[in-house]
Design a protein. Sequence first.
Lengths: 111, 123, 99
Amino acid sequence: MSSIEVNGKSYETDEEGYLVNLAEWNEDVGTYLAQTENVAMTDQHWEVINFLRDYYNEFQIAPAVRVLTKAIGKKLGPDKGTSQYLYDLFPYGPAKQACKIAGLPKPTGCV
Amino acid sequence: MSEGTVKKFMFVNRKAPYGTIYALESLEVVLITAAFDQDVSLVFMDDGIFQLKKGQQTKGIENKNFSPTYRALDGYDIEKLYVEAEALAARGLTEDDLLVDVTVMSRVELGKLMDEMDVVLSF
Amino acid sequence: MLHIVNKSPAERNALESCLRVVQEGGAILLIEDAVYAATRGNAAENHLRDALSRFKVYALTPDLEARGMGDRVMAGVTTVDYGGFVDLVAEHKNCQSWL
């Protein structure tokens, strides 16, 4: 087990840097995890992060990227429901990178 | 794989959710299969029907409650969920007790459907 | 379609569930503890006899012999060895294992 330290508090992560206990997540932890991924957070980024957290709370899984793209399009508008938009925000893959920043486990069925 | 042949996959779920790992394992394989654009159907019979029971609260047994995930299947384009009518009735349940929309089928109809499949995966 | 059952009828409902669903032209292969269902005098005998009139029923010889039941197989049940098991799987379009 590894850990990260944010504002003097220690958070457990797995060997790939995903937060172990998603209940511990807060925006500062999200910002810190984004920095480790070289992602500069904007409102558009947070919109996706909050969407992912809501999705997880409702369904108890991190969505596969195809499912995420479709669901974002439905919720936030078709211009945002494209993989181009999501990859612009999270260049190393929206599901993997955004899930990590959102404090979620790695997506199931992520190919 | 979208250019490849589409095969008919059926997942047959016959175990209750927390006593064994079958139900969760099946669900994970289903989610992965969804990425490959195949024709996927799920059957719930015997105690497998309990996987879909509304109102599961797993805090007390310190297990993850994966029942909300069945509601995500629609977003994964998995819409063919079948429940065996006789098994449902034998457990004192009706369609209203289930947390997703399903098609209730007699065992005979179910048997015919199973015969039509290319691949049957058993859990 | 080939239906494979591996649980004793006295312990689990796997055989019962299988018999509910199997269609005309279907075949049933009993392996491991399910071979007890194919033996004379067991509680599920009538159940299976009924099935024998409608489906082809097979039982795996090595599993029968291992349990000392090789000489008690009900009339009408076809015994097969591992090679026969493979042939059955190959002959049928698909199969379901009643775990």
